[in-house]
Design a protein around this ligand. Structure first.
Ligand code: GLN
Length: 481
């Protein structure tokens, strides 16, 4: 029999609701595991155990009285440390915010808290979510629980690792250019990147506002569906969330994918791709065919321009978003204060890491008069072409099957000092982010070094229920045949 902490969120939901276990018991089990392994893995930046115990007890009383707030009442979770939590330190893994305590909750945490979820703490990320390995965190890299010599991916590496290490039942991450899908793939868990606007971003620290999304990471696609059910929907505080109704994400999970057509984009199989990743795509394709799906080759011709466009658009928006960290209103105040300019420059010099500074510089340059048309506007035009590639493809196929990353989790330090190498790792996740569509990664197999590899399934904007259904069917074919 599995240990309590090894169960999926969905299994725990039924154990809690049937009162086979209590939330307090489950919370203590996670706390024990975190206490024994977090120092090594560096997943949590802040733990909230006292509060978690109180929340768990309150949840147990509700469940006992038949007054559960939702299916997720009593479920212990972690939050990426860019999700603001009232009264609880929220750092964005940056020295500039290392003592910052938000006076409000992000909508996503408000919703989960109102649903009865128990907060175990805040987890590591690349600084301000800029990166794909958690190595740019000011508080040290998180180690991959499957192989601690490797990165967990990023930027939501802490979220993925917290689930893979059995530190919690689910986590909230953010995905701007791949930061949910890639760490899910690296850690052997499931992660859903929602369509742009599907989940409120209010109270989550922004990176690139036209790309940022907030979503769940958990053991299975079904777990992600359960979390999405709580967090999706219109938020009056976030004008990018449309009125669009929130469907029942659990309803179709069990339906067969027989008759669906899947496209494999040939542009994703470039020279740099690891053959073991290709073989996972091949086995996923075989599973799909076994389940009655049809797999065809497709072309997304502008894929090769995605990295270039993203690394203009994202830094441009980053440079605008980061201007709020000036040392005056909140966060670290620099030591040199003779003039306003000195305050700004010493605050940022002392408070921000290299990757964040690099992106502010690139973005400020790309947006400056004379360069705006040549860089930012051009990149936005390319973005439109990339979006049209997907629109065209989705006229012929229901979903796209592709790798989530060119390699399995890589060794800590592999890309040290070479930002370009790190940017190339994002080639397979960035196009969907530019197009605003949704996608899911979930575990399918392992490399010969026993590193997990998850494929990526992409679906049109606002069809999360389809991505989750496909993910669930393939996941079950692999794990519960
Ligand atoms: N790795 C990508 C980057 O560095 C994506 C980051 C993200 O999605 N937050 O920009």
């Amino acid at each position: 029999m599995s240990k309590l902490i090894e169960y999926s969120l969905s299994e725990l939901v039924s154990k809690l609701q049937s009162q086979e276990i209590t939330s307090r018991e489950l919370t203590e089990a996670y706390i024990d595991e975190i206490e024994s392994r977090n120092e090594d893995l560096n997943v949590f930046l802040t733990t909230t155990f006292d509060r978690a115990r109180e929340m768990a007890d309150a949840s147990d009383s509700r469940i006992k009285a038949g007054q559960a707030l939702s299916d997720l009442d009593g479920i212990p979770i972690s939050l990426k440390d860019v999700v603001c939590t009232k009264g609880i330190t929220t750092t964005a893994a940056s020295n500039i915010l290392k003592n910052f305590t938000p006076p409000y909750n992000a909508t996503v945490w408000d919703k989960l808290e109102s649903a009865g979820c128990v907060l175990l703490g805040k987890v590591n990320t690349d600084e301000f979510t800029m990166g794909g390995s958690t190595e740019s965190s000011a508080f040290g890299v998180t180690k991959n629980p499957i192989d601690p010599t490797c990165v967990p991916g990023g930027s939501s590496g802490g979220s993925a690792a917290s689930v893979a290490a059995h530190f919690c039942a689910g986590s909230i991450g953010t995905d701007t250019g791949g930061s949910i899908r890639q760490p899910a793939s690296f850690c052997g868990v499931s992660g859903l990147k929602v369509s742009y606007g599907r989940v409120s971003r209010w109270g989550c620290m922004p990176m690139a506002s036209s790309l940022d999304t907030v979503g769940p990471i958990a053991k299975t696609p079904e777990d992600c569906a359960r979390m999405l059910q709580i967090i999706a929907g219109k938020d009056p505080k976030d004008s990018t969330t449309p009125e669009q109704a929130v469907p029942d994400y659990l309803k179709n999970l069990g339906d067969s994918i027989s008759g669906m057509t899947f496209g494999i984009p040939k542009e994703y199989f470039t020279d740099g791709i690891n053959p073991e990743v290709v073989s996972i795509i091949d086995s996923t394709k075989a599973i799909i065919e076994n389940l009655g799906g049809k797999v065809v080759d497709i072309s997304l011709p502008h894929t090769k321009y995605a990295i270039s466009a993203y690394y203009i658009i994202a830094p441009s928006e980053i440079s605008a978003n980061m201007s709020r960290y000036d040392g005056i209103r909140f966060g670290h105040l620099g030591t040199e204060k003779e003039s306003l300019e000195e305050i700004y420059s010493s605050t940022r010099e002392e408070g921000l890491g290299d990757e964040v500074k690099r992106r502010i510089l690139i973005g400020t340059y790309a947006l400056s008069a004379g360069y705006y048309d040549a860089y930012y506007r051009k990149a936005q035009k390319v973005r439109t072409l990339i979006k049209q590639d997907f629109d065209n493809a989705f006229e012929k196929v229901d979903a796209i099957l592709c790798p989530a990353a060119p390699t399995p989790a890589f060794k800590i330090g592999k890309n040290d000092g070479d930002p370009l190498l790190a940017y190339l790792e994002d080639a397979f996740t960035i196009p969907a982010s530019l197009a605003g569509i949704c996608g899911i990664s979930f575990p399918v197999g392992f490399s010969k070094d026993k590193l997990p590899i998850g494929p990526q399934i992409l679906c049109p904007a606002y069809t999360e229920e389809r991505a989750l259904q496909i993910g669930n069917q393939i996941y079950n074919a692999v794990h519960n045949p």
